[in-house]
Ligand binder design. Structure first.
Ligand code: FAD
Ligand code: MLT
Ligand code: ZN
Length: 476
């Protein structure tokens, strides 16, 4: 879909001209892309649903280069969209019209690592998996993990406040990020790159940039806590027939596994059908069931952890909470189970046009939403799926259609947002609002809060050049 499919007008921004390109080249040399074939991939989002019409991609390597670019763009009122790994799922990372794309992909240096305190400082374009590999050689790890780790960048993670697969254990980036550096629309560099764990000197400005989706500044460097890499990791996969049983797995897991519990993820049988169909994956279980729950433990004593997990499974079996289950202690089996969960998004993308939702809900009514939607959409959707981070109360509801269908969209929205708001949930648990959900912010935030957000935006970016049409509701 391109801008013409939406009822939205291009903002009053300048258009890039030859003089602008010359200025960019004087700062970046040949790291200015204008060849349409090279620019194209930056215009299209991961879901291949949104397509911008930018004609320029800038590939800075340093904060100073970004500062010079922004100073010029602000002076000329040229709109920009910051882009990391372009794995965002709400249309935030691609232009809507012809915004200039500022890609952080070449800003991929580790700046320092304090192995004693476990604090990493790096540029924002470092790929999450590369950082985790770098840390694993030093017995440390990144405090977050997500299916997109091979492409997403730490700057993108921070800008979306990405949750992921281990938030249950390590908490959100609001707690793990110790500091950051960001360039404002004016080109001013805000260096808030603290490496200390405790710092109560006034307002915690970095928090504003965490989760602001590139609308307040471009994050150029991040200082982040790196936990010790656990010596022992085990994964159990269990099956249930009802969602009540899935909830009981979580409750029992928390009770019996305590401090070693590191993830509790679930997916329904429709998800499993798709990973089998498109990615030829299969679970190490003989029977098929309605729900699959992945439980991971991470600790320091293998035999202790394994024994605890076995006892947990025995308890779940004897109390008829689970129908079947298996424990994986070797890497290949664990990886296979994790793949079935992590690659669901990829499998869905191969099935058709995806309508993707990411909501926080009380656990007790979480899957009810999927059942209601299945009934509501009936044969209008090719399939309806539910999966997510059960330990974080975060449901991913997806519906897949054969082609773009306004009828299908209208059956889902705003119904799903109303349903979620009625249960005091959040309409975006982790993916952010981006372009797709910005106009629905009021289902999760009060008018006064949105108005304060707008005042922050006006203060930091008075001309509105940073990622326009995103996050804040659009005023028509
Ligand atoms: P991009 O997609 O490039 O950008 C995302 C947003 O951040 C855009 O608004 C962009 O303008 C802004 N941005 C990017 N870099 C900067 C910067 N340096 N400064 C300012 N703004 C910036 N998300 C989760 O929360 N949990 C998951 O479990 C999860 N799993 C995923 C699995 C798959 C397979 C995929 C494709 C996506 C998944 N996501 C998940 C969504 C996505 O990966 C995350 O939102 C990720 O944090 C985005 O990082 P990125 O570098 O790709 O950012
Ligand atoms: C996930 O948990 O798999 C991601 O958030 C991606 C998705 O929602 O599809
Ligand atoms: Zn997720």
């Amino acid at each position: 879909l391109t801008a013409q499919h939406y009822d939205i007008k291009r903002g009053d921004y300048s258009k890039v001209n030859d003089v602008d390109i010359e200025l960019f080249q004087s700062v970046l040399g040949d790291r200015v892309l204008t060849d349409p074939a090279l620019v194209e991939p930056y215009n299209v989002d991961w879901m291949r649903i949104m397509r911008g019409q930018s004609k320029v991609v800038l590939r800075p390597k340093t904060t100073q280069e970004i500062s010079k670019i922004m100073r010029h763009c602000n002076g000329r009122k040229l709109a920009v969209v910051p882009q990391g790994g372009n794995t965002g799922l709400v249309g935030g990372s691609v232009p809507v019209f012809d915004e200039i794309i500022i890609s952080t992909s070449l800003m991929n240096n580790v700046l320092s690592l304090d192995e004693t305190a476990g604090v990493l400082v790096c540029q924002s374009g470092c790929v999450l998996k590369d950082l985790d590999n770098y840390l694993s050689e030093r017995n440390l790890m990144m405090p977050l993990d997500l299916g997109a780790k091979g492409s997403c960048q730490i700057g993108g993670n921070v800008s979306t406040n990405a949750g992921g697969l281990r938030l249950l254990r390590y908490g959100s980036l609001h707690g793990n990020v110790l500091g950051l550096e960001a360039v404002l629309a004016s080109g001013e560099v805000i260096n808030s790159l603290s490496t200390v764990r405790k710092d109560n000197t006034g307002y915690d400005i970095k928090q504003l940039f965490i989760g602001s989706e590139g609308t307040l500044g471009i994050v150029t460097a991040v200082s982040i806590l790196t936990p010790v890499r656990p010596k022992s990791v085990n994964v159990a996969l269990v099956c249930c027939d009802t969602f009540e049983q899935v909830q009981s797995v979580f409750v029992t897991g928390r009770k019996l596994l305590g401090e070693i519990l590191s993830a509790v993820e679930f997916f329904d049988s429709s998800c499993y059908q798709l990973v089998k169909k498109h990615l030829s994956l299969s679970l190490p279980l003989s029977s098929h069931h309605q729900f699959y729950v992945l439980i991971e433990t991470a600790g320091s004593n293998h035999s202790h952890d394994e024994e605890k997990l076995s006892l947990c499974l025995e308890e779940l079996m004897s109390s008829n909470v689970i129908i079947n289950g298996t424990i994986a202690t070797d890497y290949t089996k664990m990886k296979n189970i994790w793949n079935c969960r992590e690659l669901i998004a990829e499998a869905i993308n191969k099935e058709g046009v995806t309508y993707k939702y990411d909501v926080s809900l009380p656990l007790k009514c979480m899957y009810e939403l999927v059942d209601i939607m299945r009934e509501r959409l009936k044969d209008k959707a090719l399939c309806v799926l539910g999966y997510g981070h059960i330990g974080d109360g975060n449901l991913h509801f997806n519906a897949v259609g054969g082609s773009h269908s306004k009828e299908l969209l209208d059956l889902i929205e705003p119904f799903i947002f109303e349903w979620t708001a009625d249960r005091k949930g959040s309409i975006s648990a982790e993916h952010g609002l981006g372009f797709k959900k910005a106009n629905f912010i009021n289902y999760s935030k009060t008018d006064e809060t949105v108005s304060l957000m707008r005042r922050f935006k006006d203060l930091l970016d008075p001309k509105g050049i940073l990622n326009p049409y995103k996050t804040l509701p659009r005023i028509h």
